[in-house]
Design a protein around this ligand. Structure first.
Ligand code: CND
Ligand code: ZN
Ligand code: ZN
Length: 376
C-alpha cells in the first residue's frame, strides 16, 4: 500500500490524564517494526473497561494513552517476519494475546497468556517503545491494541485474521463484549442444559452472558439490574425473570435463593462492584453452585467474604475474555456469527463517528446504550 513504511497521520481518541474526557486528536502512527502489524481500524465498540481508564481505575496504566480494546479492521502493512496476516486481511485485534510459547498458551485449559497486561503491562510495544505520537509527545498503547485510533499497531500475537465476508462494524463486538460474556457461560461456568442461572448486570457483557446461558440450554435465567430499561432486551435474549434489587427490602441473594429453592446453579457478576460480587456468590447454591466473576473491580479494591460460603462446596471462578483461546477462537466465533448461530447485532444500540466518542461514553454511563459502535 502507498502508506507502507511511512508515518500515517490520522485521528485517535486520547486520554491525556485521569478524570478528563477523551480528546480526538491528529496523531502520528509509526510503521510496524519486526513482528508487528499496522491495522486500519474500521469500527470499535465502547466497553465499560475503557471507561475505567478515564476514571483512573484500570491497573498499571500510563498516560497519555489511546484506549479501546474492542474493534475490527483491515491490515495496512506488516513488519518483518510477520506470517499469520498480510495487507488487506480483515482482522480483529486481541486484548489477550497468544505468544504461543508460554506454559498457559501451551495448556489447552488456559487462555491468559504470560504476555498479557496483568502480568506485563502493555502500555508500550514489546520493545518498550510506542508507535503513537501527538503534539510531539509519546502516547501509550492500551492492551497492545488501542482500537480508538484510525490506525493502530499491534504485535502479531495480538491480532487474528477473520473471514473476509465479516461485516466489521458488527463483528467488532467479538473482540471483547460478546465473546467475554458468551464464553463466561459456555467455557468458564460450563452451563448445563436444564440448569438455573442468575446474571448480575445487563450491559453489553452481561447480556452476552444471558445469550450464552440460553445457548447452553439453561431452563431459567434470572436477569438482575438496577436499570429496568435493560429488562426488555434481556427477555428478548433469553432471560426468564428480570428483577431490580431496589424493588425488594431483603438482600437480592435472599430473593434469588427463594425464587429457586436453594440458589441458582450458576451466577455471574458483570458489573464490577464489591457488593454485587458478594451477592452473586451467595446467590448460587451452597453445594455445587458456581459463581463466575466477569466484572472488573477498580484497581486496589478488595472483596471480603465469609469463608463458610465456600466451605460447603461453592466454586468462585474468574473469567477473562470468556476463557476463549482467543487467537484461534475468534475466527471460529466470526464464522458462527456468519452462520447466524447467535445474533450479537442485538447488542448494538448506537453507532457514532469517532469524533463523538465522549457522547458514546455519556450514553453508557447514563444507562441509555448497550453497545455503541464507533466508526472511523
Ligand atoms: P455496562 O456499564 O454496560 O453494564 C453494567 C450494568 O450493570 C448496567 O446495566 C448497570 O445498570 C448495571 N448495574 C450497575 N450497578 C448495579 C447494581 N448495584 N446492581 C445491579 N446492576 C447494576 O458494562 P459492560 O457490560 O460493558 O461491562 C461490565 C463489566 O465487565 C465491567 O466491570 C467491565 O469492566 C467488565 C469487563 C470484563 C472483561 C473480562 O474479560 N472479564 C472484559 N470486558 C469488560
Ligand atoms: Zn503465551
Ligand atoms: Zn471489554
Amino acid at each position: 500500500m502507498a502508506t507502507s513504511g511511512k508515518v500515517i497521520r490520522c485521528r485517535a481518541a486520547v486520554a491525556w490524564a485521569v478524570g478528563k474526557p477523551l480528546s480526538v486528536e491528529e496523531v502520528e502512527v509509526a510503521p510496524p517494526k519486526a513482528g508487528e502489524v499496522r491495522i486500519k481500524i474500521v469500527a470499535a465498540g465502547i466497553c465499560r473497561t475503557d471507561d475505567h481508564i478515564m476514571e483512573g481505575a484500570f491497573p498499571n496504566m500510563d498516560y497519555p494513552v489511546i484506549p479501546g480494546h474492542e474493534g475490527a479492521g483491515i491490515v495496512e502493512s506488516v513488519g518483518e517476519g510477520v506470517t499469520s496476516v498480510k495487507p488487506g486481511d480483515r482482522v480483529i485485534p486481541l486484548c489477550v494475546p497468544k505468544c504461543g510459547e508460554c506454559i498457559f498458551c501451551l495448556n489447552p485449559e488456559a487462555n491468559y497468556c504470560l504476555k498479557s497486561h496483568f502480568v506485563e503491562p502493555q502500555n508500550l510495544m514489546p520493545d518498550k517503545t510506542s508507535r503513537f505520537t501527538c503534539k510531539g509527545k509519546q502516547i501509550h498503547h492500551f492492551l497492545w491494541i488501542s482500537t480508538f485510533a484510525e490506525y493502530t499497531v499491534t504485535p502479531e500475537c495480538a491480532v487474528t485474521k477473520i473471514d473476509s465476508a465479516a461485516p466489521l462494524d458488527k463483528v467488532c463486538l467479538l473482540g471483547c463484549g460478546f465473546s467475554t460474556g458468551y464464553g463466561a457461560a459456555i467455557n468458564t461456568a460450563k452451563v448445563k442444559p436444564g440448569s438455573t442461572c442468575a446474571v448480575f448486570g445487563l450491559g453489553g457483557v452481561g447480556l452476552s452472558v444471558v445469550m450464552g446461558c440460553k445457548a447452553a440450554g439453561a431452563s431459567r435465567i434470572i436477569a438482575i439490574d438496577v436499570n429496568k430499561d435493560k429488562f426488555a432486551k434481556a427477555k428478548e435474549l433469553g432471560a426468564t425473570d428480570c428483577i431490580n434489587p431496589q424493588d425488594f427490602k431483603k438482600p437480592i441473594q435472599e430473593v434469588v435463593t427463594e425464587m429457586t429453592g436453594h440458589g441458582v446453579d450458576y451466577s455471574f457478576e458483570v458489573i464490577g462492584r464489591v457488593d454485587t460480587m458478594t451477592a452473586a456468590l451467595a446467590s448460587c447454591n451452597m453445594n455445587t453452585g458456581v459463581f463466575v466473576m466477569v466484572g472488573e473491580l477498580p484497581a486496589g479494591e478488595v472483596v471480603s467474604v465469609d469463608p463458610k460460603l465456600l466451605l460447603t462446596g461453592r466454586t468462585w471462578k474468574g473469567s477473562l475474555l470468556g476463557g476463549w483461546k482467543i487467537k484461534d477462537c475468534i475466527p471460529k466465533l466470526v464464522s458462527s456469527y456468519l452462520e447466524k448461530k447467535f445474533n450479537s447485532d442485538l447488542l448494538i444500540t448506537h453507532t457514532l463517528p469517532i469524533d463523538k466518542v465522549n457522547e458514546g461514553f455519556e450514553l453508557l454511563r447514563a444507562g441509555k446504550s448497550i453497545r455503541t459502535v464507533l466508526l472511523f
